[in-house]
Design a binder for this molecule. Structure first.
Ligand code: C2E
Ligand code: CA
Ligand code: CA
Length: 268
C-alpha cells in the first residue's frame, strides 16, 4: 500500500532534511560586462534527479505560511555563501534575495535579516531584496513603510517583474527603490516585436529619469543585449550570461574573474 504525505508535510520534511538547494544566477553590468552579483533562486531536488521548479512549490508555501521558514533558510544560507565569496575573491558582489508577499510583510523580517547579516559578517550594502510590483502595490502605503525600514538598514531594493502587474506611477515615484527589473516577457521577443522595443525603451527612459537603475531579466541573445545596452539598461541577467547554477559552478566563474573589480561596477 502506498500513500503520499500532504504537500505541506513534504515541504516541511524537505527543509528539516536539508534538501533544498540554492542556485545562483549571474548579474552583469551592461556597459562593462562585469559581474556585479547574483540572484539566489531556490531549488528542490527530486528523487528522479530533476528539480521541482519554484513555481510548483513557492505558491503553496506562500499559501500555507511555510514560505517564512523556507525564505529564512534561503536568506541565511545565501548571505553566508556571499560573505565567503566576497571575502575570498575580494569582489564587491551583491546578492539578490526574492521576498514573497508574506515574507515582505512579516513582523520579524528585519530582525531575521539583521541577525543573518550579523552572524555572517556580510554588509547590508552587499544585499538586495526583490519584491514584485504586485506585492508592493497590494498595500502600497504599508509597503512604503517596510521599504523605508529595509533601506534604513542599508539593504537595496529591486522591483521585480516590472510591467506585469498593476502599477501606479505615483507610487513608483514614492517607493524608495534602487533597481527596476524589467520582466522577461518584454525581453523575449526583442528585437522582432516593435511593441516590446517601444515598451522596454520607454520603461528604461522613465526609470533612469526617476534615478533608478534598470535591470533586464531573461536576456538570452546577443541581439537582445545589444538593444538593451543601447537603451541604457544598467544591468542584465539571463541565459546569455549564465543560467542559475549551484554554488560550486558559480564559484568557477568567480575564480576566473579578475579579483579587482572597479568600484563603478557596484550596483549603487
Ligand atoms: P523571478 O524572481 O522572476 O526569477 C527569475 C526566473 O527567470 C527564474 O526562474 C530564472 O531561472 C528564470 N530565468 C533566468 N534567466 C532566464 C532566461 O534567460 N530565460 C528564461 N526563459 N528564464 C530565465 P525560477 O528559478 O524558475 O524561479 C521562478 C520564480 O520563483 C522566481 O521568479 C521567484 O518569483 C520565485 N522564487 C525562486 N526562488 C525564490 C525564493 O527563494 N523565495 C521566493 N519568495 N521566491 C522565489
Ligand atoms: Ca527575482
Ligand atoms: Ca523576475
Amino acid at each position: 500500500m502506498s500513500f503520499r504525505l500532504p504537500f505541506h508535510q513534504r515541504l516541511a520534511n524537505a527543509l528539516s532534511y536539508n534538501e533544498f538547494r540554492i542556485h545562483y544566477q549571474p548579474v552583469v553590468d551592461m556597459q562593462t560586462s562585469e559581474l556585479i552579483g547574483m540572484e539566489a533562486l531556490c531549488r528542490w531536488p527530486q528523487r528522479d534527479q530533476t528539480f521541482a521548479p519554484p513555481d510548483s512549490f513557492i505558491p503553496q508555501a506562500e499559501t500555507s505560511g511555510f514560505i517564512i521558514q523556507l525564505g529564512e533558510w534561503v536568506m541565511r544560507n545565501a548571505i553566508e555563501q556571499t560573505k565567503k565569496w566576497v571575502t575570498e575573491y575580494k569582489l564587491p558582489l551583491r546578492l539578490a534575495v526574492n521576498l514573497s508577499g508574506r515574507q515582505f510583510m512579516h513582523h520579524k523580517l528585519l530582525e531575521t535579516v539583521q541577525d543573518a547579516l550579523r552572524q555572517s559578517g556580510l554588509k547590508a550594502e552587499n544585499l538586495d531584496f526583490e519584491i514584485t510590483e504586485t506585492v508592493a502595490m497590494q498595500n502600497a502605503e504599508d509597503s512604503i513603510g517596510v521599504m523605508r525600514q529595509i533601506k534604513q538598514i542599508g539593504i537595496g531594493l529591486s522591483l521585480d517583474d516590472f510591467g506585469t502587474g498593476y502599477s501606479s506611477l505615483s507610487y513608483l515615484k514614492r517607493f524608495p527603490l534602487d533597481i527596476l527589473k524589467i520582466d522577461k516577457s518584454f525581453v523575449q521577443d526583442i528585437p522582432a516585436d516593435q511593441n516590446d522595443l517601444a515598451i522596454v525603451s520607454a520603461i528604461t527612459v522613465m526609470a533612469l529619469a526617476l534615478n533608478l537603475k534598470v535591470l533586464a531579466e531573461g536576456v538570452e541573445t546577443e541581439a537582445q543585449a545589444d538593444f538593451l545596452r543601447e537603451c541604457g539598461v544598467t544591468y542584465a541577467q539571463g541565459y546569455l550570461f549564465g543560467r542559475p547554477m549551484p554554488a560550486e559552478d558559480f564559484e568557477e566563474i568567480l575564480k576566473s574573474h579578475p579579483t579587482e573589480v572597479p568600484l563603478r561596477a557596484k550596483a549603487h
